[in-house]
Design a protein around this ligand. Structure first.
Ligand SMILES: CC(=O)SCCNC(=O)CCNC(=O)[C@H](O)C(C)(C)COP(=O)(O)OP(=O)(O)OC[C@H]1O[C@@H](n2cnc3c(N)ncnc32)[C@H](O)[C@@H]1OP(=O)(O)O
Ligand SMILES: CC(C)C(=O)C(=O)O
Length: 570
């Protein structure tokens, strides 16, 4: 019988479902994103205002420089009327000429005359800057926070816009370009016809036209609807706004439902030209939408994010330093564990994926780093964001042969035959069962050496001489056997069979079942690895040998098998 879920007893009846938008001819579901939107980083404003410890001047500088280096061209640098620190930071950027010519800073203000004046004053001397004004337009805010009706709410925005224009004329007459951004805060909960009415009234004041755009930013201040509803709202606004060609339609998703990324992406499909967010999703409550994930999602679809994430750990390190908050290990693209597989079937597929990729790149005559990516379980090449392959496969009790042999191949150029992979992974599992936890690459190598390459076992080859005559192959070897040095002689079809024949004469019965060898490196000091699967006194085991001389490697592999069999017998 199917298990029956029970009522939770939680007071869900207190919450009302979000009213959907009536837009049956919506077009966004059929769209794809083929170019990056304009980005605005609000790390220094929305991000900063939500920190336990807001950034000091030094941290703000570091964050600003990082954003510029990464390629962000629109950066909200603060709320200058709120604090002397924010005001001084804007002055620092302008007076110390820290803003590249192709970067537009912006500053946020409430729609209050005194605050607007101080805000615009902070920008005096800037070559280019944007003033960003907001007031909340949603019914709950009109009723509870402002005590205004629709008309009075609209007038707050209109008056605010007039003040911005007046103070811009007074303080920013020398600037090359003064931009304007208006946000009907809590847009997501505002009646669409009223949001449109307020935006149109604001535009009537600002009078956008050629060379004079207006940014209308429609925030999901507190994310409350599924992303498709936000997309419908954006498409509806995009269709109904007048002067659309002079409007930069911007979105500002938050992440209260955990769907900020989806909301931003669907909003872009629905017509948004611009997205505001923060690195790694810092910001009020659950954060602003994460600019790293948004950018990297584009990258992974073959679209240039127009922002450089090629050293994602540096971006993370500076963000953690500036915000004093950690990035979670599973955070998309930047977390410590996001390119790591522990489980056996994932590791097996990744190992095969890397092998196939290398073969395909070689066949195509291009370096792996330029070949079309396609490795199971890895949506992007970790190297494209500055990670190496060290952490891709980590071994614990969930791991199988693929992971263990991948580590040996990656770090020691050992390409173990399949049945040896299985045998050795059982050896590792045995250690896991007793020691538990994760096994590092060094620990795996130590176990491998101790199991197959030990010089301490029952048998070892010290020297050998051979002749290949008409009557076959003849070998003379000095071996260490059970603590004694023995000189042995044997004949056969080749070195292996001759050596087994020689060992039989000292009562060690070895029958080779399988033999594989490969070069481990190239050049004058090239080494080779030899793998022997052998039945030794009735026990089938693998042995491994490594040496510059391939014959020596193969004899060592036979001795290794003898030692393994002795160890197995106890
Ligand atoms: C969604 C967002 O992230 S919006 C940005 C929020 N960020 C911040 O608020 C950080 C900076 N803000 C501050 O430091 C302070 O709010 C200040 C310094 C700007 C203003 O401080 P105060 O003058 O003490 O006002 P405070 O913010 O406490 O009070 C809000 C008042 O402004 C009004 N108000 C709030 N937002 C707005 C607005 N956007 N436009 C006009 N008036 C507003 C409120 O209705 C309230 O008015 P009341 O006193 O008549 O009831
Ligand atoms: C001021 C606006 C853009 C805002 O931060 C929000 O609504 O979240």
């Amino acid at each position: 019988m199917v298990p029956q879920q029970q009522p939770s007893g939680m007071p869900f009846q207190r919450y009302a479902p979000f009213t959907p938008v009536d837009l049956p001819d919506r077009t966004w579901p059929a769209k794809t994103i083929t170019a990056a939107p304009r980005w605005l980083s609000t790390d220094l404003r929305d991000g900063n205002q939500s920190l336990i410890e807001p950034m000091d001047a030094e941290r703000k500088r570091e964050m600003f420089d990082l954003l510029v280096r990464m390629g962000y061209k629109e950066i909200e640098v603060g709320f200058p009327a709120a604090s002397q620190t924010d005001f001084d930071f804007v002055r620092f950027l302008i007076e110390q000429d820290r803003i590249p010519d192709d970067v537009q800073i912006s500053v946020l203000t409430q729609a209050r005359e005194d605050l607007i004046e101080r805000t615009v004053q902070s920008l005096a001397g800037a070559k280019r800057a944007t003033v960003h004004l907001y007031n909340a337009t949603a019914p709950l805010f009109r009723r509870v926070v402002f005590g205004v009706d629709r008309e009075a709410c609209k007038q707050i925005a209109v008056e605010g816009t007039r003040h911005v224009m007046r103070f811009a004329e007074k303080y920013l007459a020398d600037s090359e370009y003064v931009g304007y951004e208006y946000s009907p805060e809590i847009f997501i909960d505002t009646e669409l016809d009223f949001a449109l009415e307020v935006c149109e009234a604001v535009m009537d004041e600002w009078r956008p036209g050629p060379g004079r755009e207006i940014i209308l930013n429609l925030p999901a201040t507190v994310e409350r609807a599924t992303p498709n509803v936000y997309a419908d709202q954006i498409e509806w606004m995009s269709r109904n706004l007048s002067r659309r060609e002079h409007v930069c339609l911007s979105v500002h998703p938050h992440n209260d439902r955990g769907t900020g990324i989806a909301s931003a992406e669907l909003a872009v499909m629905a017509g948004a030209d611009r997205v505001e967010g923060c690195l790694f999703g810092h910001g009020e409550r659950t954060g602003n939408v994460d600019l790293v994930t948004l950018g990297m999602n584009l990258f992974s679809q073959g679209v240039d994010p127009m922002v450089d994430f090629s050293d994602i750990d540096e971006v993370r390190r500076i963000t953690e330093h500036c915000t004093q908050l950690p990035v979670a290990p599973r955070h998309p693209y930047g977390g410590d564990l996001v390119y790591t597989a522990f489980s056996g079937s994932h590791q097996d597929a990744i190992k095969k994926g890397f092998a196939a990729l290398e073969a395909e790149a070689e066949a195509a005559g291009v370096p792996v780093s330029e070949h079309a990516w396609g490795v199971p379980y890895l949506p992007i090449d970790p190297k494209d964001v500055g990670r190496d392959y060290e952490a891709v496969i980590r071994v614990n009790s969930q791991s199988g042969k693929g992971g263990v042999s991948y580590v040996l191949q990656r770090d020691h150029a050992l390409d173990l035959p399949r049945r040896l992979q299985i045998e050795f992974s059982h050896v590792i599992q045995g250690h896991m069962d007793t020691e538990g936890g994760e096994f590092s690459a060094e620990q795996i190598w130590e176990v491998f050496r101790g199991t197959y390459l030990s010089e301490e076992g029952r048998a070892g080859v010290l020297a050998h001489r051979s002749q290949n005559g008409e009557d076959g192959y003849r070998i003379e070897a000095d071996v260490r056997l059970d603590g004694q040095i023995r000189e042995i002689t044997g004949t056969g079809q080749g070195p292996l069979s001759a050596f087994c024949d020689a060992m039989a004469q000292v009562d060690v019965k070895v029958r080779v079942v399988d033999y594989v060898e490969h070069a481990m490196s190239e050049g004058s000091d090239a080494r080779a690895a030899a793998y022997v699967e052998a039945e030794v006194d009735g026990t089938v085991v693998w042995g491994v040998g490594m040496h510059h001389n391939i014959t020596t490697a193969s004899l060592k592999a036979v001795c290794s098998a003898v030692n393994r069999a002795a160890a197995a017998r106890g």
